[in-house]
Ligand binder design. Structure first.
Ligand code: TRP
Length: 511
């Protein structure tokens, strides 16, 4: 049936009803909002410091040019050409493409379900910094004394081992729901406010941080330009995975957002601008975080544990509770604009396939994602945990799924999407579509970047990550009772994603 529906016809017909962004600026800000999230403040700076300092930043920029930006651009082209969400657009290239589309969205839905749990913790922290109300059910640090930010790890353990995780989760989902209920209007309006606000906050924080006595030590920890002992294999593998996570690539989001563009999208320009804005924000966040951490004496290895244990205590020690509040509210807003984007990518795909109205779709998808997140918000204590890091079942599951979704899921999607777009559809068509508008024209040799360089780069990165071995949080791997069960997780992850993708793909729709 696809042969009877040439893409020109279907895209013209889709034009009638589809929502659009009010301004091109709105599109750019919305994409930036999606790209710039929790990852900018925790993930990026810490991977830089752990994996290779300044030289890592250079490698990241090279990979951005060779792999990241071509993938972003290709997702844009897909959305703006076919004016559908990810599955519907890929279906117009090849019927099997729709399977990849749903695989992508199921994988990214798992990511979102635990990502919002983390935003929920940040919301609890922000609420605490604002009100200083003792946490309900707090384990006491002394008789009658509830833990504060400074009493770590008790404060974090207290949050993790209490239903507050679910309270935070619900609060954040309510905000996401409200924004997405109004579709592109809601997204555009919210990012128009958040964009300037978040930039002002991160720049002021960086200036404040650089004025602290620990600034030099912090920057040295962050960028260490003289380091030479790199593990290039790990660096390249992880930098590629990180760039997809950062750029919202391999999630179907960029295609969904580009499908709302009016005709002249200036795609190349938008891809470069948004990717560089995201990297700049991440770089600035590093300048804000490390000098404060060094001043407080809490420079450390990063990760969820560090972010919610050492950092909040150290930070409030240096900048008081006001800084604590500003920081965590910033995390909440950064996270929400990312989570909204994936919710919207799923919503638009469901609306395309089954012709549901927006309000019903948003309610169903938000409820579904909320329920999927509950295991990650589980506050029951996991066996073998000694208090400190990795205490609840929720955090264990989150740690493991995060690794597989981020380092394998996104890259697998990006690889197959590039192959379908550049080889089945046509590499030169990608370049033509990108060059349709805007003053920045890609040269014709760029066809080989999307056909050869970028897919091979992704494949190499996947092999490099696999060569690092598969990750298990230490306590679980050491615990004979739980290790066998949890070792199945990569297979459970892959199985779940494939089965649901097949079901959604085979279901009858109207599109
Ligand atoms: N880019 C985001 C970050 O850096 C991650 C992200 C993008 C994301 N889109 C998402 C997370 C959708 C969850 C759902 O943090």
């Amino acid at each position: 049936m696809d042969e009877e529906m040439p893409s020109e016809v279907s895209s013209v017909e889709a034009e009638v009803a589809r929502e659009t962004w009010i301004t091109r600026m709105g599109f750019i800000f919305a994409v930036w909002g999606s790209m710039t999230g929790l990852g900018n403040v925790w993930n990026w700076p810490f991977k830089v410091s752990v994996l290779g300092g300044g030289p890592f930043v250079l490698i990241y920029l090279v990979l951005l040019a060779l792999i990241g930006i071509p993938v972003v651009l290709t997702e844009f082209v897909l959305g703006s050409t076919f004016r559908r969400g990810f599955p519907g657009a890929l279906k117009r290239i090849h019927p099997g493409g729709e399977f990849l589309g749903w695989f992508t969205l199921v994988n990214a839905a798992i990511l979102t379900s635990f990502y919002v749990v983390i935003i929920g913790w940040a919301a609890v922290y922000a609420g605490y910094a604002l009100t200083m109300a003792p946490l309900p059910g707090a384990m006491e640090v002394a008789p009658g004394v509830a833990p504060t930010f400074l009493d770590q790890p008790y404060f974090f353990v207290n949050v993790l081992l209490s239903p507050l995780t679910v309270v935070g989760l619900i609060a954040v989902w309510i905000v996401i729901f409200i924004i997405d209920y109004f579709g592109t209007r809601g997204i555009e309006r919210s990012v128009m406010i958040f964009f300037p606000l978040l930039w002002i906050v991160i720049i002021m924080m960086a200036l404040f941080a650089l004025a602290q006595p620990g600034a030099a030590e912090g920057i040295d920890f962050y960028l260490d330009p003289l380091r030479v002992d790199f593990d290039y294999v790990e660096m390249i593998g992880k930098a590629t995975g990180l760039s997809f996570f950062k750029l919202s690539a391999g999630m179907g989001i960029l295609t969904a957002y580009a499908s709302y563009l009016p005709r002249k999208g200036e795609l190349t320009n938008s891809a470069v601008t948004t990717s560089l804005l995201d990297t700049t924000f991440a770089f600035t966040a590093g300048l804000a975080v490390f000098p404060i951490a060094a001043t407080a004496g809490v420079l450390g290895a990063g990760g969820a544990g560090w972010a919610f244990i050492a950092w909040p205590g150290g930070m409030t020690g240096v900048g008081g509770n006001l800084l604590g509040f500003v920081f965590f509210i910033m995390m909440v807003l950064l996270g929400i604009t990312s989570a909204v984007s994936l919710t919207e990518a799923i919503v638009t795909a469901v609306m395309d396939k089954w012709g549901w109205p927006r309000n019903r779709t948003v309610i169903v998808i938000v409820l579904l994602l909320f329920v999927m997140g509950l295991p990650f918000a589980s506050w029951f204590e996991a066996p073998g945990s000694a208090g400190g890091e990795d205490v609840s079942w929720g955090l264990y599951l989150l740690d493991i799924f995060d690794y597989y979704v981020e380092f394998f899921g996104l890259a697998i999607v990006a690889l197959f999407m590039m192959l379908i777009m550049a080889w089945v559809w046509g590499g030169s068509k990608i370049i033509d579509a990108a060059n349709e508008s805007g003053d920045f024209k890609l040269p014709s040799w760029y066809t080989w970047v999307v056909k050869i360089v970028s897919p091979i780069g992704i494949a190499i990165a996947l092999v490099f990550v696999a060569l690092q071995g598969f990750y298990m949080p230490g306590v679980i791997a050491d615990d004979p009772g739980t290790a066998p069960l949890l070792f199945q997780i990569p297979f459970i992850w892959f199985g779940i994603v494939v089965i649901f993708a097949i079901i959604l793909w085979r279901m009858k729709g109207v599109d």
